[in-house]
Design a protein. Structure first.
Length: 722
């Protein structure tokens, strides 16, 4: 029986107000009108000047930001601090609550690899992970990399990857020290006192994307260099002890519209180079046993063809949408002749059964399928084709396959959670079907899942589609429309938003909130068509689905109009910003974290890091008048009107290469100019972080406490009639 401490009891709504004092004045940002004509339309932008001309330099070194723009950002931060000052004590309580749910000295379940067990862990009070190992048969722990030590004295620090060499004698690790997602790779000698090799000995590589793959003999590794626009663009081979300027380039893409990714295949035999856009993909393999290997293509790129590859003996297993397999199928092909003409179906396509991911074991093929938005694990015998599924009981839940370091095993490690059930890590014997619990997430302050209820609802969209909604709330909630509700959404890139556990959400739910996730189109929650029905010229479906979900939650008694706080991050920030343009009366407030809101201007600028790769997601308004008109019709920044907007909190990062700092800055400045209400429109910009916010695990909680305190104050405003 789980003991419930007082912190877990239902909490009263705080007495806060977001009414802006007449003594607190918002910044007065200068207008500098600029105009241009495209496709016969005149585009006027009073705040285009807030985009620094030297933005690539600013992402690398924030100190280079022009003084006039820096003054605007500082003014916005000061204004937000003043308006949010009454919530200071609440933010402190929220932070303490959320920190109390974290096991400070938490540790991963170790992963076996040869004579060692590798894992990461945290120390009590530590912000960053430690990467460690112990002997497989016991012995003392070795700390290979201490993130807290490496972060000392840095405003931002985030480890990208930490990969030990196959001979276990070296560790190559990468870190981002600015938030711009440019990583420096360092090599550490694990035999000679676990010291980083002297940079003068050349084993330090800058401006990479952080990924790396060792060769089997541990003499070298592959890595990805970024170009001047911070895009991953080239794969190089670095020999230990050699000058990086002499590293051999083994692969490059000259197409700025492609994403480049590097990883090791599950068998450990190959490095996998994948280049893809939002329409097609192409995979090259590098033999890790050959120091002079050249990349070999699996199947040349063709429009609309997407595929992923894993190696198994003398064959490849391939997840693909070939032959109109909308929700994907799995095929195999000879390693010696891997092109599409040799593909043989292994797991046929079934419409509505979205194959989201797969793993290959010596005797088994494992996949995660999503049916009606819910995942399940399917295990298939490679020899016989016999299949079985691993069952779960809750109405809404999340599953994930864990990484493994050794290929030759019959143990599948997976993670399970629901919005009420903390994360559980299992080892599953693929032959005996025995399931062994290896770890259950500990909530030190106490948590009883039976006190919470999870639900799965479906809202009917304007065109008849059924939009899934995942819900978490305390049992006994009265469905009389009085509950406040936070509605989260994303809806882009085919990304699935899982109905997984987050201890932080309990700080809202324990105060009477309903936490809801709207699985809108643009994600692939209900299959690939769910994605394609929410992109390009169908993008408005995402926004309409979100509004439809909000109205359904009102109609079913969970809340009422004006008691919903909309929340979204990045492309989800665009979602909530577009939704509040469409139906501001539904929302008590909006939280837009690093929001992609200046869509038209960003898609018109091919120099920005993500613009060319994103044209197949949003459309290319430079060359396509239809795309221009469509984006212009919904871009949140371009569709601000004189109407009563609710309170809005936007968050940005000065070194964010994905949603650049000027997007939320321009958006809130224009909103404040047009809104017909007196509600605050706020921007908090982190001056030393990027897209993911601050890097430390506890510092992140302070950012989240700010958002939750804002949400609580928005509802209190509606309650008091302010």
């Amino acid at each position: 029986m789980v003991r419930i401490r007082p912190a877990q009891e239902s909490k009263a709504m705080p007495k806060l107000s977001l009414a802006v004092s007449s003594k607190v004045n918002p910044p007065a940002t200068t207008k500098r009108p600029s105009c241009r004509t495209l496709h016969g339309a005149t585009l006027k932008d009073d705040y285009a000047w807030l985009k620094a001309d030297n933005w690539p330099e600013v992402l690398r070194n924030p100190q280079c930001l022009e003084a006039s723009i820096l003054a605007v950002l500082k003014g916005e931060n000061a204004y937000a601090r003043a308006v949010l000052a009454p919530s200071k004590s609440l933010r402190a309580r929220l932070f303490k609550e959320m920190k109390g749910r974290i096991l400070e000295n938490d540790s991963e379940v170790p992963l076996p690899d040869g004579p060692w067990l590798y894992y990461s862990r945290f120390e009590e009070g530590g912000e960053h992970p430690l990467f460690c190992r112990v002997g497989r048969n016991g012995g003392d722990e070795e700390v290979l990399l201490n993130g807290d030590t490496e972060a000392r004295g840095k405003n931002f620090f985030e480890i990208g990857q930490a990969k030990h060499a196959p001979d276990h004698k070296a560790l190559a690790w990468s870190a981002d020290c600015s938030g711009s997602e440019l990583h420096t790779i360092v090599v550490r000698d694990l035999i000679a006192g676990r010291k980083d090799l002297d940079p003068q000995d050349h084993d330090l590589i800058q401006e990479t994307d952080g990924s790396l793959v060792w060769l089997l003999d541990s003499s070298a590794f592959y890595y990805v260099r970024c170009d001047a626009q911070l895009r991953p663009a080239e794969v190089f081979r670095h020999r230990i002890g050699c000058d990086p300027t002499t590293d051999e380039r083994v692969f490059a893409t000259q197409n700025p519209g492609l994403f480049l990714q590097l990883r090791r295949c599950q068998s450990g035999r190959f490095a996998v180079i994948k280049t893809d856009d939002h329409d097609s993909s192409e995979v090259h393999l590098l033999d890790l046993s050959d120091i002079g290997a050249k990349p070999s293509v699996v199947e040349p790129r063709s429009p609309g063809l997407r595929y992923d590859v894993e190696h198994h003996g003398d064959r490849l297993f391939i997840r693909t949408n070939a032959d109109k397999a909308e929700d994907f199928k799995i095929v195999s092909a000879p390693l010696s002749d891997p092109q599409q003409s040799s593909w043989t179906d292994e797991v046929p396509h079934r419409l509505g059964h979205m194959i989201a991911s797969f793993a290959v074991f010596p005797a088994h093929l494992v996949r995660i399928e999503r049916v009606a938005g819910l995942p399940r694990i399917i295990v298939r015998s490679i020899e016989t084709g016999e299949e079985y599924s691993i069952a779960f009981e809750e109405e809404a839940y999340s599953l994930g396959l864990e990484e493994r370091l050794e290929y030759d095993t019959g143990i599948l490690r997976f993670m399970y959670s629901s919005m009420a059930t903390p994360w559980e890590t299992y080892d599953f014997n693929l032959t005996t079907r025995e399931r062994k619990l290896r770890k259950r997430q500990v909530i030190p302050s106490g948590h009883d899942p039976s006190r919470y209820e999870t639900r799965r609802l479906f809202a009917t969209a304007e065109d008849g589609e059924q939009v899934p909604i995942s819900l978490l709330f305390r049992k006994g909630l009265r469905l009389d429309q009085t509950a406040p509700l936070l509605l989260y959404g994303y809806g882009a890139y085919g990304t699935h938003v899982p109905a997984s556990f987050s201890a932080n959400r309990l700080s809202l739910v324990d105060r009477g909130y309903v936490y809801a996730i709207a699985h809108v189109r643009g994600g692939a929650d209900k299959g690939w068509h769910w994605y394609t029905d929410g992109k390009l010229n169908k993008k408005r479906n995402s926004f309409l689905d979100f509004v439809c979900a909000a109205r359904h939650l009102v109609d079913t008694g969970f809340t009422t109009a004006g008691r919903i706080v909309a929340s979204g991050c990045s492309a989800g920030g665009m979602l909530v910003a577009a939704a509040v343009n469409l139906a501001p009366e539904l929302f008590a407030g909006v939280i837009a974290d690093v929001p992609f809101v200046d869509v038209l201007n960003t898609m018109l600028d091919p120099s920005l890091p993500l613009t060319p790769p994103e044209w197949l997601e949003w459309g290319n308004p430079i060359t396509d008048i239809t795309a221009f008109r469509e984006i212009r019709s919904y871009s949140p920044y371009d569709n601000i009107e004189a109407k009563p907007y609710p309170p809005i909190l936007a968050l940005g990062g000065l070194t964010d290469p994905r949603v650049t700092y000027w997007e939320p800055l321009k958006w809130i400045t224009k909103l404040r100019e047009f809104t017909a209400s007196q509600h605050p429109v706020l921007l908090v910009t982190n001056m030393s972080a990027g897209h993911g916010g601050v890097s430390g695990r506890f510092d992140h909680l302070r950012e989240l406490a700010l958002q939750y305190a804002f949400a609580l104050a928005c509802i209190n405003r509606k309650t008091r009639g302010n």
